[in-house]
Design a protein around this ligand. Structure first.
Ligand code: NAP
Ligand code: MG
Length: 404
């Protein structure tokens, strides 16, 4: 069998700890033997980030802009303890934050659904994808602790010196204060990313905020989405037979719980943070959540939603066999390869990605799985395997599919 050829390289961002080990195994067992894998490799492992003063992360993001599709392994976001552990020159910023800022992207997270692992919400049959705005609001806030009586005001001074002034509150005693912002261009990018993504996967798009209470702030989000939809996307949505609708966040929550899934739910930054954890948990496992960053110009960066699984890595270093779930990392690869195939018109590559996904789902549905899934799967006949054995099972299944 000849290997599948690629025409444009994928931007490959390697990472840390357990996921770095899994990354290598996936390539060796499931990709190299079948694809003439073309990648432009960036090592975002913490040592290399430290060595290059984090320039490697910026280079990787720029390469993603150039080529359009990247696949990223989970990486350590250093804290004080990591600075010590790795003897770092400084506490480098989160690579995901850096990449997101350069690509100005929106993050879409979807669960991988398999038979035997039932969502905690019985009506959910299809994935619910959360689209989270990745800029501003409470994440860029300014806060103040009010220590005693006084007047809080919201003052905006325009470039030419004009002032607008509103009283926030007349404090009689101690209290708290917060200022937040967002800007139209970021909201517009968010809206376009959501509309493009919905068209891409032919799913309805829901958007919800608290515009009844926040008549300027949240209402602006609603208005910008509506305007862009009407001007740029309505015709395409109608042609694709999908729907966009806005609804108040309270109403959305009630509808989501009663729904059967199969749509994209767009949310402001904080709402998206909270709801994506809720949805991930209710679907069963963080190890089964995929994540893709989509930029307004249509660049894609695929990754797993979980971290570097440190606890398992320390076991691995002690020579113990681990049963870490490689599914989300594997789906980052298949997502990236399929997207590359779509952009370059390589049907063989698309088919390979589809088969690899199907093979891995089939292995789990036939009862062979890693420990995290064995704990929640309702199948009666389960075989708990190590990461390596699990990948080998997938390989065997894949080979059967490729020769047919
Ligand atoms: P984590 O790596 O997601 O792991 C938390 C726990 O979730 C694990 O200890 C494990 O539970 C379970 N888990 C997560 N993924 C799993 C998988 N694939 N298979 C089986 N179990 C899995 O989060 P963390 O421990 O909070 O963070 C570790 C490092 O990852 C940190 O340095 C953090 O900065 C980084 N991080 C990176 C990203 C990213 O690159 N996107 C995201 C989040 C965190 P048990 O131990 O109970 O088995
Ligand atoms: Mg969170």
């Amino acid at each position: 069998m000849s290997k599948i050829q690629m025409s444009t390289p994928l931007v490959e961002m390697d990472g840390d700890e357990m996921t770095r080990i899994i990354w290598k195994s996936i390539k060796e067992l499931l990709l190299y033997p079948y694809i003439d894998l073309k990648t432009e490799y960036y090592d975002l492992g913490l040592e290399k980030r430290d060595e290059t003063h984090d320039q490697i992360t910026i280079d990787a993001a720029m390469a993603t802009k150039k080529y359009g599709v990247a696949v990223k392994c989970a990486t350590i976001t250093p804290n004080a303890q990591r600075v010590k552990e790795y003897n770092l020159k400084q506490m480098w910023k989160s690579p995901n934050g850096t990449i997101r800022a350069i690509l100005d992207g929106t993050v879409f997270r979807s669960p991988i659904i398999v038979k035997g692992i039932k969502p905690l919400i019985p009506t959910w049959k299809k994935p619910i994808t959360i689209a989270r705005h990745a800029y501003g609001d409470i994440y860029r806030n300014v806060e103040h602790r009010v220590e005693g009586p006084g007047k809080a005001e919201l003052v905006f001074t325009s470039e030419n010196g004009e002032e607008s002034r509103q009283t926030i509150f007349d404090f009689q005693d101690k209290g708290i204060l917060m200022g937040m912002h967002n800007f139209d261009q970021s909201i517009e990018s968010f809206a376009r990313a959501c509309f493009n993504f919905a068209l891409d996967c032919k799913q309805d798009l829901w958007f919800s905020t608290k515009d009844t209470i926040s008549k300027k702030y949240d209402h602006t989000f609603k208005d910008i989405f509506q305007e862009i939809y009407a001007q740029e996307y309505q015709d395409q949505f109608e042609a694709a037979n999908i729907e966009y609708f806005y609804t108040l966040i309270d109403d959305a929550v009630a509808r989501v719980i009663r729904s059967e899934g199969g749509y994209i739910w767009a949310l402001k930054n904080y709402d998206g943070d909270v709801m994506s954890d809720m949805v991930a948990t209710a679907f069963g496992s963080l190890a089964m959540m995929t994540s893709v960053l989509v930029s307004p110009e249509g660049c894609y960066e695929f990754e797993a939603a979980h971290g570097t699984v440190t606890r398992h890595y320390y076991k691995h270093l002690k020579g113990e066999e681990t049963s870490t779930n490689p599914m989300a990392t594997l789906f980052a690869w298949t997502g990236a390869l399929r997207k590359r195939g779509e952009l370059d018109g390589l049907n063989e590559l698309i088919e390979f990605a589809n088969k690899l996904e199907a093979a891995s789902l089939q292995v789990i549905e036939e009862g062979v799985m890693t420990k995290d899934l064995a704990l929640i799967s309702e199948l009666t006949d389960k075989k708990l395997v190590s990461t390596e054995s699990f990948l080998l099972e997938i390989k065997q299944k894949l080979e059967g599919m490729l020769t047919h």
